[in-house]
Design a protein around this ligand. Structure first.
Ligand code: FES
Length: 104
């Protein structure tokens, strides 16, 4: 699910890292959006809504819709489509408004 050779941008040698999704290591590229790494790993549900509990995944991809909110390194409501991945990050599925929220 990754572009390894682009007709305009050419080839690149990205720095491979690991992030942890709900405790499991998944491969990522340093600096790519967390949501991109999750999609490449086959993860589609990033959070569950506070009212119905339905699963949500990436929608706008530009930081506007909040459907990609997850808990990142203990911080709830992090928009993973605009947050760069770094080695060793811990990313958790968010249920409702997330732990530590005043509306939990
Ligand atoms: S997918 Fe819309 S804010 Fe991230």
């Amino acid at each position: 699910m990754r572009v390894h050779e682009h007709p305009i941008l050419g080839q690149s040698e990205p720095e491979s890292i690991s992030i942890y999704f709900d405790g499991k290591p998944i491969p990522a590229v340093e600096g790519e959006p967390i949501a991109a790494a999750l999609i490449a790993a086959g993860v589609r549900v990033l959070r569950h809504t506070e009212k119905s509990g339905r699963g949500r995944g990436i929608f706008c991809g530009i930081g506007r819709c909040n459907d990609c909110k997850m808990i990142v390194d203990g911080v709830p409501n992090t928009r993973t489509c605009v947050t760069p991945a770094h080695d060793g990050m811990r990313v958790e599925t968010q249920y409702g408004l997330g732990r530590g929220s005043c509306h939990e």
